[in-house]
Ligand binder design. Structure first.
Ligand SMILES: Cc1cc2nc3c(=O)[nH]c(=O)nc-3n(C[C@H](O)[C@H](O)[C@H](O)COP(=O)(O)OP(=O)(O)OC[C@H]3O[C@@H](n4cnc5c(N)ncnc54)[C@H](O)[C@@H]3O)c2cc1C
Length: 503
């Protein structure tokens, strides 16, 4: 039943060329920053169509890239030399597959729809990302962290199998299924899809999810974490005008210290997920957003906020509201835009094992209060990490970073394309100075590297990364040589490549 094609299925492969009314919609879908100029876009609806599209591109020697949700931080799909785009957005089914005894999610599904179907159909979920429009296709292969990761690990930790269209050394495209079963000869390809990053090995057509340890469960509703019925969503806000450097550093130190104390694998604080948005002073405010699970009252949030406020001396406001799971996932941070249409930004990511030092927070203060640049959309964001994410060994999946307690980012956002230059200059300098003691990149004892899902092509650019630490070490640590072996086995012609792809 589940493998039946939906009624709107078009058995002919849709090929959209320049001049087709759909071209403008599809060529650069997902980003206002990167336009994209492919010769054509294939809109695929089945694995067979993906094989046909990949085969045609390889035969014609046109560089190809695949797009699912269009939420890439970089121009990996919209690079000027990409001649063919495979658009997965019509392949978006979510269903229980009795043969594999796992939940199948097609690559073109958006997270919001996956959450909705898994919840309404079976009362389960995957602990994936926070923005409902992110595509499952490019997201899960990058590890995928979100609201529930402190409680349940990464989405990739629950990946049972993956179907991928690959190209062999003779240039022949074919679909393969790789599972985590120890006896599976394709197991390494499954492993690569638990954190190796999108656009590296082939075109993922579907993922199957079943939690490790749930293999013997017979009930589908016990194969994945239960979705929370409700969550407490909270927000706190402080006005920038009351902050001096001392108060700012104290706030940042308190937040990091809370994470240091509350991010052990089974810490009760892992029922809470939050982000502290230290916006530029020009924007006028500092914000905390997040959710607390489980508790019927707001005790965990109250403790979290009290710890963050301790000794800061700036009065803020706060509010909390109990919301259903789906109303939360479709609008997680009311008032903060999360759609790809808003994605004109540069984000530079860093995972931390320890909180930012006071000296680093002083650097942040300086950049966030700089008055010689006119730039409202800049920030340092800090988000809780750790918990069950750190219960997995670094080599058990391709997501290497299993000892971080914070995921943080310097980011700049803009509306007018003319502002791009000054925004990039500001955010690059901020990041470089924040990590000045380790050559301008997050590496060493306190910083653990960065998330490959938060791709930053600067790290592979020798003009911008002068640290001597290669991007591969920052994203993959000691897992990189294994990923390279898998890459040469499964994509020997390097068909799937981009600025940060596995060499
Ligand atoms: C607003 C926003 C919020 C985000 N929140 C989170 C978050 O909470 N947690 C988190 O972990 N990340 C988050 N991300 C990052 C996101 O996970 C990555 O950008 C991810 O790669 C996006 O996948 P996509 O399919 O939407 O993007 P796309 O632009 O379609 O693809 C991104 C990359 O993956 C490749 N790719 C896409 N589809 C496939 C496929 N089917 N097979 C193989 N490769 C493929 C592309 O070629 C490209 O290299 C967020 C991004 C944005 C813009």
């Amino acid at each position: 039943v589940n493998s039946d094609k939906p009624s709107n299925f078009n058995a002919s492969l849709v090929k959209v060329d320049r001049g087709d009314p759909r071209y403008a919609e599809l060529a650069g879908r997902g980003s206002r920053r990167f336009a994209g100029n492919p010769d054509h876009v294939y809109v695929v609806q089945s694995t067979e169509q993906v094989v046909t599209a990949v085969q045609a591109a390889v035969k014609e020697e046109r560089r190809l890239a695949v797009r699912s949700g269009g939420h890439c931080f970089e121009a990996f799909v919209s690079a000027p030399d990409v001649r063919v785009v495979i658009d997965m957005s019509m392949m978006n089914d979510v269903y229980f597959d009795p043969q594999r005894h796992a939940f199948a999610v097609e690559a073109g599904a958006r997270l919001g729809e996956a959450y909705r179907k898994l919840f309404l159909g079976w009362d389960v979920t995957i602990p994936a990302g926070v923005a409902a429009n992110v595509g499952v296709g490019g997201h899960v292969v990058g590890g995928a962290f979100g609201f529930l990761c402190r409680k349940h690990g990464l989405a990739a930790d629950h990946l049972y199998a993956v179907e991928v269209v690959v190209v062999d050394e003779s240039g022949v495209a074919k679909a393969v299924v790789a599972t985590r079963e120890p006896s599976d000869p394709n197991r390494e390809l499954w492993w690569a899809h638990t954190g190796g990053g999108g656009g590296n090995f082939g075109v993922v057509t579907r993922y199957w999810f079943r939690s490790p340890g749930a293999d013997d469960e017979t009930e589908p509703s016990r194969l994945l974490p239960a979705a929370p019925a409700t969550v407490l969503t909270f927000k706190a806000e402080w006005s920038w005008e009351h902050f001096d450097e001392r108060a700012f550093v104290r706030l940042g130190r308190n937040y990091g210290a809370w994470c240091e104390l509350n991010s052990d694998v089974d810490a009760p604080g892992c029922d809470l997920y939050s982000s502290l948005f230290l916006y530029r002073k020009q924007l006028g405010k500092i914000e905390l957003r997040g959710i607390a699970l489980g508790a019927v009252d707001d005790g965990l949030f109250a403790e979290h906020l009290a710890a963050i406020n301790d000794g800061v001396g700036v009065h803020g406001t706060h509010e909390a509201q109990r919301r259903t799971w789906l109303s939360h996932v479709f609008n997680p941070f009311p008032g903060i835009p999360m759609g790809e249409e808003d994605a004109t930004f540069k984000l530079k990511d860093a995972l931390l094992r320890k909180r930012y030092s006071d000296a680093q927070l002083a650097v942040a203060y300086q950049h966030l209060t700089r008055t010689d640049v006119d730039l409202a959309g800049g920030s340092l964001g800090m988000t809780t990490y750790g918990g069950q994410t750190n219960a997995v060994a670094p080599d058990a999946t391709a997501s290497f970073h299993r000892d971080a307690i914070l995921t943080t980012s310097c980011s700049a956002g803009w509306v007018d394309p003319h502002d791009e230059g000054k925004c990039l200059e500001w955010v690059r300098r901020f990041y470089a100075e924040l990590f000045a003691s380790t050559g301008g990149v997050p590496f060493g004892k306190a910083a653990a590297g960065a998330l490959v899902n938060h791709a930053d092509a600067d790290l592979a650019d020798p003009a911008l990364n002068t640290s001597g630490v290669p991007f591969s070490a920052i994203y993959y640590g000691e897992n990189y040589p294994r990923l390279q072996r898998i890459k040469s086995r499964w994509d020997p012609l390097n068909v799937f490549r981009h600025a940060l792809s596995i060499r």
